[in-house]
Design a protein around this ligand. Structure first.
Ligand SMILES: NC(=O)c1ccc[n+]([C@@H]2O[C@H](COP(=O)([O-])OP(=O)(O)OC[C@H]3O[C@@H](n4cnc5c(N)ncnc54)[C@H](OP(=O)(O)O)[C@@H]3O)[C@@H](O)[C@H]2O)c1
Length: 270
């Protein structure tokens, strides 16, 4: 995909992308790095991070990798200490780490529900708060939360949709509370984006989802990354508390209420 931003747009800025070793996060790290930001990618698996950092560095991007579990408050605090010591404390925080699994609401266990909320909502909260507490004394910064396009509900993702709706509201509240400190907070809500993670889902479910989209195609990780670069750049100077849908119009479409999307794979085979 051609670069659409000026090459030095974020020169002199530092960025942290959680979940930056794979998929959408890696595309975001690349896009921020390509316009001059020094990028740190963070996640749980050092091997994945090292490989991703290698490919970014090979393109001339200033990149570092750090392991962290965003559900672990102490580990998150240590991450920001390390970044500050290394003079890589971020101007731009992209809360991209997250995930969920597809399941009917009837079948989600209490533990499964808690785990998804803990990762996507509490994890995002922990990283945001740790960042903001220090960003205040550094003249502020930007937070971009990668959520899901859940405005019209998300059958098969009751846990993930509830957690991301929480992040979307957190985005508004933090935008207000932290505006006086120069911290802008926004979300980007992708719909169906072509990544390796999507191969874990049932192809019939994805096909039905794409057919229901106004734009009738999946999105690319780079298309999400462009929205993040915009919000992180001077172009986003007057934007806070908003959620930008990068979802082919999914938020306008009627959610799938029947058919393959809410049958389990076992039921579909029967
Ligand atoms: N693909 C889509 O269609 C789509 C649509 C809407 C939203 N999204 C969201 O966009 C984000 C990226 O998705 P993706 O498709 O690129 O999937 P992905 O490749 O599975 O990305 C998830 C990333 O988060 C990291 N991660 C997971 N749990 C973590 C934890 N506890 N602490 C730190 N890092 C953690 C993973 O690395 P480790 O496992 O090494 O920690 C991985 O790099 C996710 O939040 C996803 O829910 C995706």
């Amino acid at each position: 995909m051609p670069g659409i931003f000026a090459s030095g747009l974020l020169r002199g800025k530092t960025a942290l992308v959680t979940g930056g070793g794979t998929g959408i996060g890696l595309a975001i790290a690349r896009a921020l790095g390509e316009v001059g930001a020094a990028v740190t990618i963070a996640g749980r698996r050092p091997d994945i991070l090292a490989a991703a950092a290698g490919t970014l560095a090979a393109s001339g991007i200033d990149v570092a990798a750090e392991t962290v579990n965003i559900r672990d408050e102490a580990a998150v605090a240590r991450l920001f200490e390390k970044l500050a010591e290394a003079r890589r404390f971020p101007d731009i925080l992209v809360n991209n780490a997250g995930g969920q699994f597809s399941a009917r609401a009837f079948d989600i266990t209490a533990n499964g529900f808690r785990a998804v909320v803990d990762l996507n909502l509490t994890g995002t909260w922990l990283v945001s708060q740790a960042f903001a507490r220090q960003a205040v004394g550094r003249g502020g910064g930007r937070i971009v939360n990668i959520v899901l396009s859940v405005a019209s509900g998300a059958p098969m993702y009751a846990h993930g949709a509830a957690a991301r709706a929480g992040v979307i509201n957190l985005t508004k509240t933090l935008a207000i509370e932290w505006a006086p400190h120069g911290i802008l907070v926004n979300s980007v809500a992708p719909g169906l984006i072509r990544t390796e993670a999507l191969s874990r889902y049932d192809p019939a479910e994805i096909e039905a989802g794409v057919a229901a989209l106004p734009l009738r195609r999946m999105g690319e990780s780079e298309e999400v990354a462009h929205a993040v670069v915009f919000l992180a750049s001077p172009g986003g100077d007057y934007v806070t508390g908003t959620t930008l849908f990068v979802d082919g119009g999914k938020h306008l479409a009627r959610p799938l209420t029947g058919g393959p999307a809410i049958l389990s794979s076992r039921e579909r085979r029967e």
